[in-house]
Design a binder for this molecule. Structure first.
Ligand SMILES: [Zn+2]
Length: 198
């Protein structure tokens, strides 16, 4: 079975306990520790100040440039001992700033297969965004599920038709909440056997 190497980078100010808690959940599912890098500063010039949002693709590209400078600060959860990983299967930036794309007014998760990287904004995963009472556990579950979806997508998995699988489509927050925090048996088999590895 091939192992899934996941690297996560917090962008600017982020609650580290909250992030690590979500990564612990991810590590359980991928059955391997998740590598955590030091925080990266928000680059200048990627914000559209009129809408107070960042263009996701531009931001992701700018962040990737800074990646080689970022030290590994730890490994979260999982089984077995971590080994040095020069080539992660998925590098995921997690940010609190709001994102948008050419196709959407607001985006939670954007990925680029070619660079095996993605960016996830927790802004719209927070109940506070919808003026509802905070629900930290639910927010961590949402982040963990979206990280798993990015890992699966970058690993080559197609969108899954099982609505409880993390690899099923995420159009809205309710789609994430409906999912289990795992891949369905078919997706896991494909991913862990490397059948769809790019
Ligand atoms: Zn599936």
């Amino acid at each position: 079975m091939s192992e899934i190497k996941v690297t996560v980078v917090p962008v600017a100010k982020l609650d580290v306990d909250e992030l690590e808690s979500a990564l612990g959940r991810v590590a359980k599912v991928v059955r391997r520790p998740v590598e955590l890098r030091g925080a990266i500063e928000l680059p200048r010039g990627t914000e559209d100040t009129t809408r107070a949002q960042h263009r996701a693709g531009t931001l992701l590209k700018a962040l990737r440039k800074g990646l080689p400078r970022l030290k590994v600060v730890g490994h979260v959860g999982g089984e077995g001992r971590p080994v040095p990983e020069p080539e992660p299967d998925a590098t995921i930036f997690v940010t609190d700033v709001d994102l948008y794309t050419a196709k959407t007014d607001g985006a939670m998760t954007v990925f680029q297969r070619g660079s095996k990287s993605g960016i996830i904004s927790i802004r719209r995963m927070r109940e506070a965004f919808y003026r509802r009472k905070a629900d930290p556990n639910r927010q961590r579950a949402r982040l963990a599920k979206e990280i798993l979806r990015v890992v699966g997508t970058l690993g080559g998995l197609p969108v899954c038709s099982d609505p409880t699988c993390v690899q099923s489509e995420t159009k809205a927050l309710a789609d994430i909440d409906r999912k289990d925090e795992r891949w369905c048996a078919t997706c896991w088999k494909r991913l862990s056997s490397g059948a769809f590895r790019l």
